[in-house]
Design a protein around this ligand. Structure first.
Ligand code: DGL
Length: 265
């Protein structure tokens, strides 16, 4: 059996595009629909109830577009809303969480650093991840207010972004971490700069590829993989009204001709 309906993804903004790029690599034939909640970005400044309500509205919209599986391509929204959305939807839902488990097997000196939003780091899911997997490993976490906003503005290589990132990284590097987890889907777009600042002895990991493999497994297990051999199509939606958003989505996806649809939800 097969299913040719699209896979849906959403994030507070453009961060989930880092997950969608990994997904596209391993699922070249699937149609993908992305929603950027740019009008409400960043989620990290909002209470969990607000994020849950946004997740409900967006998943309703993506369901109305006929998706067969939903990826919550946002650590912060997964912390706040994954279990509630899973209960509410009849289709499979895949969330994302910081790569603590892989980090604990990669570290050689037992010191791991995590960059994420305050909501992710304060959530029960994060505490439970650390408790379950970081036995005997020191985990140092660092919230990074302002970074998501920089990436949303397309300022990936700006001096201001580098300065802010460097200030956050310095705190982790002072703890002599040898592995850094990018625990927010926006941050992989800053990976070259993180690697540059941290130096070659520090390993930098994110969750995009692992989550994409999980999506492929769930599709296969539920007989939901597409039967088409054609290249999959992508449709991008945003509720952001700034003229910059379209440009940033095009830049991050890597297609200057991409059409970004505006929708007011
Ligand atoms: N990309 C989101 C994440 O993974 C950013 C959250 C935010 O908007 O604060 O957590």
């Amino acid at each position: 059996m097969s299913d040719n309906r699209p896979v849906g993804l959403f994030d507070s903004g453009v961060g989930g595009i880092s997950v969608m790029k990994e997904l596209r690599k391993i699922l070249p034939h699937e149609d993908l629909i992305y929603f950027a909640d740019s009008a409400n970005c960043p989620y990290g400044n909002n209470p969990p109830e607000f994020i849950r309500e946004r997740a409900r509205i967006i998943s309703d919209f993506l369901l109305s577009q006929g998706i067969k599986l939903l990826v919550i391509a946002c650590n912060t929204a997964s912390v706040a809303a994954l279990s509630q959305i899973r209960q509410a939807l009849v289709i499979p839902v895949v969330g994302i969480e910081p790569a603590i488990k892989p980090a604990t097997t990669l570290t050689r000196n037992g010191r791991v650093g995590v960059l994420a939003t305050g909501v992710t780091l304060a959530g029960e899911r994060f505490t439970s991840l650390v408790e379950r997997f970081a036995d005997g490993i020191e985990v140092y976490s660092q919230a990074c207010p302002g970074l998501v906003e920089m990436i949303e503005a397309g300022q990936i290589e700006s001096e201001d972004t580098k300065e802010l990132l460097s200030a956050y990284l310095e705190k982790l590097l002072a703890q002599e971490v040898d592995t850094i987890v990018l625990g927010c889907t926006h941050y992989p777009f800053l990976r070259p700069e993180v690697e540059n600042l941290a130096g070659e002895k520090v390993k930098v990991i994110d969750t995009g590829s692992a989550v994409s493999q999980q999506v492929a497994r769930v599709l296969a297990a539920n007989q939901l993989l597409t039967s088409t051999e054609d290249s999959g199509q992508e449709i991008f939606y945003t509720n952001g009204t700034s003229p910059e958003i379209e440009r940033v989505i095009r830049q991050l996806w890597g297609d200057p001709n991409l059409i970004v649809h505006q929708i007011n939800i």
